[in-house]
Design a protein. Structure first.
Length: 263
């Protein structure tokens, strides 16, 4: 993903991780237990979804990107559905960052809305797919997944602008279970589920998150130093019910500025 630009930083209480939270291994199934005690209900659903996704690949499952590989890259390594709608028949058992965060979002929506999803209109259900009907790749900036997977702050593009289910928040107010796009000084980016700000045993300030990356062999928790970060965009799930009313033809403005980190 491309680097994000700086935006304004709003004040808010920082979520600083405890020693026990920082000590959790990269691969575990206790995100709800460890990080969900003092967060909103919808964030708890996201953390529960993270545990469910991690359960499909306890050792990470492997990280792979390669649009032109045979078979092609897979956003996540298992068949994903939103209610009765199949979203992905995975060509591989591996994953990559935006695929893992989108999967956590979908699994959370599934838990929150349950049987109501059977009434999702065919046009809106199709807009959430991660593949075209013929199994081909859904391109960036095409409908829900295409905007989530686009270069830049995909969680804002998809959740805030396209679907209307999320709200942009200040990084200083971010809580475990929020979604975040990180822009690195290298010029690349990362799509993650935020777990908290913290300081490691060497005194390095950083951010802990769950996603798919090489350092965890795919799905897992990772801690990254803030010295590597240019800016972030944080989004909180607030209105899951709007998935029943969003406009599948909604335009998205890709000119979204990022916020500096709060530490």
């Amino acid at each position: 993903m491309l680097a994000l630009l700086f935006g304004s930083l709003l004040s808010g209480p920082l979520t600083m991780l405890s020693e026990a939270q920082m000590a959790a291994p990269a691969h575990h199934l206790k995100h709800l237990e460890l990080f969900g005690a003092h967060v909103p209900k919808l964030n708890r659903a996201v953390l529960e979804a993270v545990d469910a996704v991690q359960r499909t690949a306890p050792d990470g499952g492997g990280y792979f990107i390669g649009i032109h590989a045979q078979p092609a890259e897979s956003p996540i390594g298992y068949p994903l559905a939103l209610g009765p709608t199949a979203l992905l028949a995975p060509p591989r058992t591996t994953s990559y960052c935006s695929g893992s965060s989108y999967t956590a979002f979908i699994e959370a929506m599934d838990r929150l809305l349950g049987s109501r999803l059977s009434s999702l209109s065919p046009e809106r259900a199709e807009a959430m797919r991660m593949q075209e009907p013929d199994g081909g790749r859904r391109e960036d900036r095409v409908k829900g997944w295409g905007w989530w997977n686009a270069d830049g702050p995909g969680c804002d593009y998809c959740m805030v602008q396209y679907l209307g289910v999320g709200e942009r928040i200040s990084p200083s107010a971010a809580l475990p279970g929020d979604f975040m796009n990180i822009s690195w000084k290298s010029g690349l980016g990362h799509s993650v589920v935020f777990l908290g700000w913290g300081t490691d045993a060497q005194g390095v300030k950083g951010v802990r998150y769950w996603s798919s990356q090489t350092g965890t062999n795919g799905l897992g928790d990772q801690f990254s130093a803030l010295s590597k970060v240019v800016s972030v965009v944080a989004v909180r799930l607030k209105h899951p019910e709007r998935i029943f009313t969003f406009d599948p033809l909604k335009a998205v403005d890709p000119a979204v500025a990022g916020d500096p980190v709060p530490l």
